[in-house]
Ligand binder design. Structure first.
Ligand SMILES: Cc1cc2nc3c(=O)[nH]c(=O)nc-3n(C[C@H](O)[C@H](O)[C@H](O)COP(=O)(O)O)c2cc1C
Length: 382
């Protein structure tokens, strides 16, 4: 059932604090951290909260309807789960937990190429109703294998990632040995020993692996060689030719993630893409980059030509409301549901999505907004 709510954790902040307690430091910092000085990470949330909404108290008002249509599907809320790599390292089975919670709440779940559940497992959990995010492989053969697996598993929305042309510089990951190549330091091992719930669940569910990629990875690689394998097999920088080839071969919806300026929104429209996600990888790549809400505001002229979605910095239903009011047609969250799982384990996804829906509903009722697409009428312009 999709309505679990634990009143001890009525905010993402409360979930984050609990998750920090329960997760080993290296795992929490991998989830929580950003690049360089974490300016972009903070700016994302800060600038969403600078948005102001106009309430109307004397208008006739029926009720809040959060249902949102996207690519021919009707979802129960205007938000979904962003793709997160290595989820199972942060909390055992978190990829599966969040896929299940997403399907229970009828919201989209986006599986990362480097997720810790396979395409087929997520397809089973979601009855084929999932999106797949592709890190573009260096070789077309691997690309085609991944795409046909996703298609055969029922996936009809493919998300291609634009914003990771290079490995990010994240000081906390470097210090914790989660850089490439990763290191199991004495400090990390101590962290695991002092977080027994995490360690026990990890033991019971087996160590996390890149399950979708597993069949292509030669057996017996140590972490250093695994990192080299991934580096060699994924090309990083996306090009228009690679996008064109995907557009020609993928029959479903094609979405590009990481668009933050009109020049590249224009390219996405010209290449015939169906959607774009305004995203800066959650402040994990370019510290001096714009917040996603600021970038979103520069792309309003593309509405109607391509679906405009966004993620980055959303931590509440009020943040979702502000993003919709600023012109997003759909939103995604990465860290917030992961904090939920870190705090509450298998119930964490359900709790977080229930809470976000409650919060969003409250804002809709407060400002007298009946449909999520009407939020733009409540934006107080700067
Ligand atoms: C720990 C972590 C791992 C991530 N891994 C991926 C990934 O594999 N693929 C991807 O497209 N984005 C990845 N992202 C970015 C998210 O999809 C999303 O853009 C970001 O988390 C949104 O910001 P938020 O966490 O503030 O909601 C990752 C983000 C985090 C925090």
């Amino acid at each position: 059932m999709a309505d679990y709510f634990n009143s001890n954790y009525p905010s993402v902040d409360a979930l984050r604090i609990k998750a920090k307690e329960r997760m080993p430091k290296f795992a929490f910092e991998y989830l929580d951290g950003g690049c360089f000085s974490e300016i972009n990470l903070q700016r994302n949330t800060q600038e969403i909260r600078d948005v102001q909404l106009q309430p109307y108290y004397l208008r006739d008002y029926d009720s809040a309807n959060m249902k949102t249509e996207l690519f021919g599907e009707t979802y129960d809320a205007p938000f979904g789960m962003s793709p997160i790599g290595l989820q199972g390292l942060m909390w055992p089975k978190s990829c599966e937990i969040l896929a299940q919670a997403s399907v229970d709440h009828n919201i989209p779940f986006v599986l990362s190429t480097v997720g810790t559940a396979s395409i087929e497992t997520v397809s089973d959990i979601t009855d084929g109703k999932f999106w797949f995010q592709l890190y573009h492989p260096a070789e077309n053969e691997l690309r085609d294998k991944l795409l046909s697996r996703a298609w055969d598993a029922g996936c009809r929305t493919l998300v291609i990632l634009a914003d990771t042309p290079t490995f990010a510089y994240r000081p906390k990951e470097i210090k914790n040995g989660l850089s490439i190549p990763p290191r199991m330091t004495a400090d990390n091992i101590l962290q695991m020993c002092t977080h027994p719930t995490w360690s026990l669940s990890q033991l019971m569910s087996g160590s996390p692996e890149f399950k979708t990629m597993k069949s292509y990875i030669p057996k017996g690689l140590n972490m250093k060689h695994l990192a080299q394998f991934m580096d060699k097999n994924f090309s990083g920088r996306l090009t228009q030719d690679k996008i064109k080839a995907l557009r020609d071969s993928w029959k479903g919806n094609l979405v590009i993630k990481g668009i933050v300026n009109p020049e590249e929104a224009d390219i996405a429209v010209k290449l015939g893409l169906d959607g774009l996600i305004v995203s800066n990888h959650g402040g994990r790549q370019l510290d001096s980059g714009q917040s996603t809400i600021a970038a979103l505001k520069t792309l309003q002229e593309y509405k109607g030509k391509i679906k405009i979605m966004m993620d980055g910095g959303l931590r509440s239903g009020a943040d979702i409301a502000n993003s919709l009011a600023s012109g997003a047609e759909f939103t995604f969250l990465g860290r917030a549901p992961m904090y939920g799982v870190g705090a509450l384990g298998s119930k964490g996804g359900d709790h977080t999505f229930t809470m976000l829906k409650q919060q969003l509903q409250q804002v809709m009722q407060q400002v007298a907004c009946e449909q999520v697409q009407d939020f733009t009428n409540h934006l107080i312009s700067e």
